[in-house]
Design a protein around this ligand. Structure first.
Ligand code: SAH
Length: 398
């Protein structure tokens, strides 16, 4: 272990690492021994040379180091990576999420002790994102571990997120192992049959973080009219129809997403109760309001409006606008399921924004339930940043 370079922190900058937060920012680094290769392991030490952690070195990123282990005896190698992957899979086993025809997030980055690695499972197919220099460095070890532990039909890479740029990494996608599927992959969650195009769908192909919320929201769909805004492939609409909604309108700006939604609706035998609008949501909601349409259940699941601290103000305006419109489109007694996946917008702030929207459109509203990402997207207790998805299930009283 002697040839692992030391990275020394500035005095007073080791507090967060002692609380086991996994990130060290570039400004906290005092000295680097040699010139570590991007993604390779370094020893993080205090100004008095005390061992703090092993971490992955990321020379281009503001987040200069991401910790692997706080145990000095640990060896960071392919065996370590395999142990961490196995530990991640173990949680999903405990959650009962490993049935072959289902889907779940198998590895969720920092919260699973594998910073920069995302692995989603759709049936017997796995999709990986390597989003940090350290994740990239151990790519082959990750693929071997997944092959050995799960024997999937294929492992596909979708490392296209913009965060890779900050890590000095190019976008990359393609087959890593096995044989790519020739058609969309089918899986089922909570009685809903779903399809995913792992080569071209958004992110890894689907939004697994909403799986439990689709089931929760659907319980409110009793015979009514549903509006699924920002529908993507229609998960909320279809689960609501399967639970007895009368009909559903899906709105999305992506024609490909709506085409997948149509296929999913047919697969679930509810196609005759769906209609599709390829449009910009705020504009379409205004149009529906102005033509005095009313719904019983509305889902607002927009993309991330806020990606940085600078965007909070404009993002909040965006959230307020669509929530005002959503509330105006509901009948008395109607339900609004409203979400934000912006990590920079806290649950408190989101609730305040929605409360402001209700006042401005003069509606009396109750919170029925609070929602978050599913349990296969755990939040490391020392890494609250992992909690990004928040949702409110609201009832319009009058
Ligand atoms: N509710 C979906 C996930 C939504 S992801 C589910 O359950 O799977 C956000 C979606 O919003 C994407 O499908 C994207 O195409 C769409 N989108 C982004 N901006 C939009 C806009 N201005 N108007 C309409 N759709 C938009």
């Amino acid at each position: 272990m002697n040839n692992i370079p030391d990275v020394t922190l500035k005095a007073g900058r080791e507090k967060s690492i002692r609380r086991r937060h996994p990130w060290i920012f570039s400004g906290a680094v005092a000295r680097v021994e040699g010139a570590p290769e991007s993604g390779s392991t370094v020893r993080l030490v205090s100004p008095s040379h005390e061992f703090l952690a092993y971490a992955a070195w990321s020379p281009s990123s503001q987040i200069r180091l991401r910790t692997w282990s706080f145990d000095e005896q640990e060896k960071i190698d392919a065996v370590f990576i395999q142990k961490r992957v196995a530990r991640s899979i173990e949680l999903r086993r405990q959650l009962g999420l490993l049935d072959k025809s289902g889907a779940c997030r198998l590895v969720f980055s920092e919260s699973d002790g594998l910073p920069g690695l995302i692995v989603d499972r759709y049936g017997e197919y796995l999709v990986c994102q390597f989003l940090s220099a350290g994740g990239e460095y151990w790519r082959d070890a990750v693929v071997s571990a997944l092959d050995e532990l799960l024997s999937p039909r294929a492992i596909y890479e979708r490392s296209e997120a913009s965060v890779r740029k900050k890590e000095g990494l190019e976008s990359r996608s393609g087959l890593l192992s096995g044989v790519a599927p020739s058609a969309p992959v089918e899986f089922a969650i909570g009685g809903m049959r779903q399809l995913v195009n792992i080569e071209q769908g958004h992110k890894t192909g689907s939004y697994l973080d909403q799986s439990i919320n689709r089931q929760r929201v659907a319980t409110y769909a009793t015979g009514g009219r549903v509006l699924d805004a920002y529908s993507y492939s229609g998960g909320f609409a279809i689960s609501s129809l399967l639970h007895g909604a009368a009909n559903a309108t899906l709105i999305d700006s992506s024609a490909d997403a709506l085409s997948m939604a149509k296929q999913q609706a047919a697969l679930n035998g509810i196609a005759d109760r769906t209609s599709y609008t390829n449009a910009n949501v705020p504009e379409e909601l205004r149009r529906l309001r102005d033509s005095r349409q009313q719904f019983d259940l509305i889902i607002l699941d927009p993309p991330k409006f806020v990606s940085s601290a600078q965007q909070v103000k404009s993002g909040c305006r965006g959230y307020k606008d669509i929530n005002m419109l959503g509330l105006q489109l509901l009948k008395p007694g109607g339900i609004l399921a409203t979400f934000s996946c912006s990590g920079h917008v806290s649950s408190d702030l989101f609730q305040k924004i929605v409360a402001g929207a209700a006042v401005d459109v003069d509606r009396d509203v109750q919170i029925i339930e609070r929602m978050s990402q599913g349990p296969d997207h755990p939040v490391g207790l020392q890494f609250p940043e992992a909690e990004y998805l928040k949702g409110l299930l609201l009832r319009v009283v009058t």
